[in-house]
Design a protein around this ligand. Structure first.
Ligand SMILES: Nc1ncnc2c1ncn2[C@@H]1O[C@H](COP(=O)(O)OP(=O)(O)OP(=O)(O)O)[C@@H](O)[C@H]1O
Length: 480
């Protein structure tokens, strides 16, 4: 069976597990020769590959998928900096090679059946929306839970299965720590209309330059904060903007409207002390019709009590046994990898970024202040002697945004190019403007008063407001 969701596979009892080849037990960082693994039905091959390792998986027989996306048979799939699992409904034989920090066969996969049932439920709701002309549209799903419980994996699976069933669901990433078709520091929304990729998930964004594979145009808002809770009011305002724009876009596209939307959230929203204020904000702004919780019984109970009166069902969904914590180092490397991909693409879809040198006087620059930015700026300036102090920016004020001149603290950071005109001075307008694209600050020349940016596009962006902030952190080695 190639397409999950079209029929539920039978209850495959765990079968004996056959391995062939050498070095079957993975030792951390040890290179392994190509070998084969037979996966019984409804099991998964879990692997953790760090950013220095290369790991490959090929499906020799049967069918297997990675978070809903089927692995093409007899094709080598490359992984680096990935924690994940290749799941099979009917059983398959894999060929594995390369290095992994860990790899093993997982039998606890009941979550997959539950996730597939959720897909079935969403499909039914989409069908209902299609057959009822007066309908408000397809399901509007919010996924919440603590960090690293499998929220993004669930959404990726639901998106992939939805696309395979002919729908075009809209996925909204409300977690600024990680990007979705955008670098970290973004809130983005994309209507997934083409098939997804095993290695790249949702693929590469067209705003990051011309690509070969089919692309999906994301809508992006700039959220340059290390956590959604750093600037909760701005975060909520950006979600309001996103909701407005997404709702308008769905009104223009009937199939997308019927397909509905799914929102991924950061674990930080799981906060009873705030009385789940941000979750309630999202529910209201996006007219959420279904809440899925993962990994916290308390959250599920609290939200049920809060939203059942509003007729919004809250379903507790199984967390995959293999869901793995991504520690601070892994998250930093993941952010760096996403930034690198934004400018340079992937080995399959390479991009050629362009250098632009612009005079200070031609740059309309704003800085988004936040506690994490203040900490980073203090750390940078404490390492400088007095003679350098001129080249450092003024300390952040108590305002959300300061108009600033370019400074050394921007080095290695991303700057959002906003759709609003460079002459804009209204902070709310600047905050609420969508992102046209991002540029990377590769040099700030104080003497000549000019900045060298790296951009995915050859054309200059014209007279636009540019904004930088505390997230993502500076990447020092993006350009050699
Ligand atoms: N069944 C599984 N087997 C192995 N790894 C898995 C499995 N499910 C998820 N993972 C991995 O576990 C990690 C955490 O999962 P995921 O990112 O989906 O969680 P999350 O709740 O969205 O986390 P975040 O807090 O970052 O949003 C990811 O690296 C994911 O690829």
């Amino acid at each position: 069976m190639a397409l999950p969701g079209l029929s539920l596979p039978g209850l495959g009892l765990a079968q004996s597990h056959v391995s062939t080849g050498s070095n079957i037990q993975s030792a951390s960082g040890v290179s392994q020769t190509a070998r084969q693994e037979d996966l019984p039905p409804r099991t998964e091959w879990r692997f953790e590959v760090n950013f220095q390792q290369q790991y490959t998986i090929k499906v020799l027989t049967g069918h297997a998928e990675l978070f809903g996306v089927e692995l093409a048979p007899n094709q080598v799939h490359n992984f680096s900096g990935v924690k994940g699992a290749v799941f099979t409904w009917q059983g398959c034989r894999l060929e594995l090679s390369g290095e992994a920090e860990s790899e093993y066969l997982g039998h606890e996969t009941d979550y997959a059946v539950e996730w597939l049932n959720v897909h079935g439920m969403l499909d039914t709701a989409r069908g209902d929306a299609q057959s009822t002309p007066s309908s408000e549209g397809g399901p509007r799903v919010l996924v919440v839970g603590p960090d690293f419980v499998g929220k993004s994996s669930l959404i990726r699976s639901l998106a992939a299965w939805g696309v395979q069933s002919g729908w075009t669901p809209t996925i909204i990433n409300a977690d600024p720590r990680e990007g979705l078709l955008a670098p970290p520091g973004s809130i983005s929304a994309v209507t997934v209309g083409s098939w997804m990729s095993v290695e790249d998930g949702y693929g590469i964004s067209p705003i990051s330059g011309p690509t070969v594979t089919p692309v999906k145009a994301p809508l992006i808002y700039h959220c340059p904060y290390a956590s959604a809770t750093e600037k909760p009011e701005i975060y909520k305002a950006l979600l309001t903007r996103t909701a407005l724009s997404v709702t308008n876009k769905l009104e223009e596209n009937l199939l997308a409207k019927q397909s509905g939307l799914i929102i991924d959230t950061p674990g930080a929203l799981n906060d009873p002390r705030s009385n789940y204020a941000t979750i309630a904000h999202i529910v209201s702004e996006f007219s959420i019709s279904l809440i899925l919780t993962l990994g916290s019984e308390r959250l599920s109970n609290d939200l049920s009590r809060r939203f059942t009166g509003d007729n919004i069902p809250v379903l507790r969904i199984a967390k995959p046994a293999g869901a793995a914590e991504k520690d601070a180092q892994f998250m930093k490397q993941l952010a760096n990898q996403q930034i690198r991909q934004y400018f340079f693409g992937t080995s399959k879809d390479p991009l050629n970024p362009h250098s632009h040198t612009i005079a200070f006087t031609d740059i309309n620059l704003w800085r988004a202040n936040s506690p994490s930015l203040t900490i980073a700026m203090n750390a940078t300036s404490s390492g400088m002697d007095d003679s350098d102090s001129d080249s450092y920016a003024s300390a952040p004020s108590t305002k959300d945004f300061d108009r600033v001149t370019p400074s050394q603290e921007m080095l290695g950071r991303l700057v959002a190019i906003k759709f609003c005109s460079g002459s804009e001075t209204d902070e709310v307008a600047i905050r609420d403007s969508a992102v046209m694209g991002y540029a990377y600050v590769s040099e700030v020349d104080e003497a000549k008063k000019r900045v060298r940016f790296l951009s995915p596009h050859p054309q200059r962006w014209g007279d636009r407001v540019m904004v930088w902030g505390g997230w993502p952190e500076a990447v020092v080695d993006l350009v050699g």
